[in-house]
Design a binder for this molecule. Structure first.
Ligand code: NAD
Length: 347
């Protein structure tokens, strides 16, 4: 679906307006820094607590700062002179991480708390917060065929323990900074994002990357089995990274979406078994499936209801899963080869 004539950063900002991106050493923040750099913005300040050599992308011409944004002083420093802030920094990962490290997830509240205050004090024009579908009521997501989640389904609240509650409370901060102080805030609830330059190994990776890696490993080692977390019938939708960066830009510059959480996700639902089949097809291999029923598997079913985004932006994420997964698989395969050859990789 082609977007209607939505405002974008390129139509609203000056090319030398300062854009600050928190969490830019990670997957989505790194892609966003590249997206703005490609639009010709000359003052992008990318910030992450990871040491610079560990950043997933270092975009030429972008100022890269290694700072912990859960520290108030650092937030004030990075927001000096800022026009727009994109907060994508969070301690997070796939189900394996967020079910096990709830305290770390909850502590990300400090990042948003200090960043939004710093943005407000610095006189920022706009503030973006990356929320998550994990903010939705888990009671509505028990079955694989659960109805797609619409924005109003976050309340009455029963978010995912740890991570989801942090997102919900941070959303509330964004809404109150607009209501009480007039800081223009924008909130997107991402549904599983995947693509090249994301975590693919090490415990924080999400299902698409983990499954591609397992298929690549099996091809390489000659293993005949693949282990799947849960019974494989749990369902999800997956959004390709390019749709995510484009969606962030449109949501941030839409006046109808000030302080209004909105889904940013694909509405194409697949089961984990179907995702495995797609990865196998790409890899040209068929594996015996072993189901680890004790592994973290999250909710039974989760999809994005895109009625609202279609209505307000005339757009929704549309990269076909097969196409996006093919690009992701190719990138992970290269990472896998590089690692075997002793080269530096990003996970
Ligand atoms: P990511 O882990 O690749 O990137 C997050 C980055 O934040 C990391 O590089 C990390 O080092 C950095 N960070 C953590 N704590 C920090 C701190 N105190 N100071 C500075 N930097 C810090 O994750 P991502 O997939 O790029 O996710 C970006 C945002 O989108 C997060 O807020 C996440 O919760 C949200 N989100 C992502 C998905 C997804 O599928 N990837 C889904 C829903 C929501």
């Amino acid at each position: 679906m082609a977007a209607k004539d939505n405002a974008r950063a390129a139509s609203v900002l000056g090319k030398d307006d300062l854009i600050v991106i928190g969490g830019a050493g990670g997957f989505i923040g790194g892609a966003l820094a590249r997206y703005f750099q490609e639009q010709g913005f000359t003052r992008i300040r990318a910030v992450d607590k990871k040491p610079l050599p560990e950043w997933y992308q270092r975009v030429p011409g972008v100022e890269c700062l290694c700072l912990d944004l859960s520290n108030e002083k650092n937030c004030r420093r990075v927001c000096e002179g800022v026009v727009e802030v994109y907060n994508l920094a969070a301690d997070m990962g796939g189900m394996g991480f967020i079910e096990r490290f709830r305290i770390e997830c909850l502590r990300s509240i400090l990042i948003n708390t200090h960043m939004i205050e710093a943005a407000y004090r610095a006189g920022a024009q706009r503030y973006f917060f990356s929320s998550s579908a994990c903010a939705y009521n888990v009671e509505l997501q028990k079955r694989p065929d659960a109805a797609a989640l619409k924005e109003s389904d976050a309340y009455p609240a029963m978010a995912e323990r740890g991570y989801g509650w942090e997102k919900l409370v941070s959303e509330m901060f964004c809404q109150e900074y607009w209501a009480e102080r007039g800081l223009e805030t924008h909130i997107a609830r991402f549904h599983n994002v995947y693509g090249p330059c994301g975590t693919w190994d090490g415990g924080r990776e999400k299902a698409p990357a983990a499954i591609c890696r397992k298929v690549i490993e099996a091809r390489d080692t000659g293993a005949r089995d693949i282990t799947i977390w849960g019974d494989g019938r749990q369902t999800r939708s997956f959004m390709y990274i390019d749709d995510c960066t484009q969606g962030i830009d449109m949501i941030m510059h839409c006046d109808a979406l000030i302080a209004t959480p909105i889904n940013l996700g694909s509405s194409f639902l697949v089961s984990i078994n179907e995702l495995v089949s797609l990865a196998e097809e790409i890899g040209g291999i068929e594996l015996n499936r072993r189901y680890d029923l004790g592994a973290p598997q999250g909710v039974g079913g989760r999809n994005s209801d895109n009625t609202f985004i279609r209505q307000v932006l005339g757009w929704e994420p549309s990269t076909p899963l097969k196409e996006g997964l093919r690009r992701t698989y190719a990138w992970i395969e290269q990472q896998y080869r590089d690692r075997k050859a002793g080269k530096r990789t990003i996970s």
